[in-house]
Design a protein around this ligand. Sequence first.
Ligand code: SAH
Ligand code: SF4
Ligand code: F3S
Length: 445
Amino acid sequence: MDLNSDYAGRYHLLTYGCQMNVRDSEIIAGILEGMGYVITSNLKEADLVVFNTCSVRHSAENKVYGKLGEVGLLKRHNPDLLIAVGGCMAQLENVRTRLKKQKVDIVFGTHNLHELPHLINRAKTIAGPVVQVYDREGDIVEHLPSQRDGSLSAFVNIMYGCNNFCSYCIVPFTRGRERSRMPGDIISEIQKLAEQGFKEVTLLGQNVNSYGRGLEERCDFADLLNLVNQIEGIQRIRFTTSHPRDITDKLIDAVAAHSKVCEHIHVAMQSGSNHILERMNRGYTREHYLERTQRIRKMVPGASITTDIIVGFPGESESDFQDTMDMVNKVRFDAAFTFMYSVRTGTAAATLDNQIPLDIRRERLIRLNNLQYSIAREINESLEGTVQEVLVEGLSKTDKEKLTSRTRTNRIVIFSGPKDLIGRLISVRITEAKTFSLFGKIVEL
Ligand code: SAH
Ligand code: SF4
Ligand code: F3S
């Protein structure tokens, strides 16, 4: 029993989806702790369960519905249990209608995390769900409390929302229009992280290359990288994600020039077929994509290029799919997140004809993955014998006797070594390569 008079109860936080949600969950945790809630990893002892949800694919929503059913049953033994649902699902009207039918007490959106204390207090006093979701984004709210995961590597939002309206994608509907944080706010946040001992930051935005549009102060993404590179104490800078249409020479030069900016660019290709790219409203061709990635390889030696690919988009023929396979062979991605197209109500692609049957989507995904895994393995094997600079992150999840670390190109390297190396940059020699990770040995200095 906690005797602190401010104690409000125990909360359990479930996070689904992308890094934006991981970061939002840190803010939700900060807000709840400010209210006197204490975290618990045990769902059954929670007084408040918060779902931070994702809508990007059908499967992401389904996971949430399944878990909501399970958590709803806990109310039988604990009638005072509060269930709150926020995140991208809450932004969608059709989903909200379904949520209201479940035993949910609070529904909040992606634009009003800061209202949580008010919503929770209201839910304690009234029967029936408290629903507060804004369709439109307001001004950026700075200086919210936050309870960061970890103490080494931090996510830092540089912008919110998306204006691209790729025809398959729900994100512009759940996250609102694109807006950039002011450079000064970003820099002071990272300076504070550095003072707290963080070594690495990942700058987050749906399309970081368009950072700075609409700001009074002139500062584009390459300028921002330059500013962050100067912050003492920060040793590695990462960013995600880049849109192929907006990768400028200036950005590639900035990655090459700034020592702390890691040689890793995540640039979603989505498809290798011009016909499909057009139907996706992506705004580039396969030729453009190839030219940009070749330029990255030329200007940033050893760079890792990773991507997202969707198979089975409406109208994708076998020959369109072969164009994607061909691009995977040409670009030779270091890693790829691959997805079956999932129809999202409200997006332009949902109304396109020629939706692809599930068995064909599934079979294309398997063929694509097989190709990509073999390429990733070949690239990893080519690293055997090389010496890599790694940031030691902690104990390996699969083998607690070993340490886990990451190369500048975002590859996981497992090795044996003393725990006091955690948080340090060291050199390891790669001794063995697998498809998704590497094994290494410390290089004696
Ligand atoms: N802003 C990021 C992507 C965020 S969503 C970018 O443009 O790079 C992450 C990935 O999910 C997308 O790149 C896409 O590959 C996939 N995705 C988005 N909507 C999808 C859908 N309806 N079906 C399947 N995959 C989807
Ligand atoms: Fe979605 Fe396209 Fe925006 Fe990425 S750029 S979040 S895929 S609409
Ligand atoms: Fe992220 Fe999922 Fe929302 S991918 S932006 S949490 S729909």
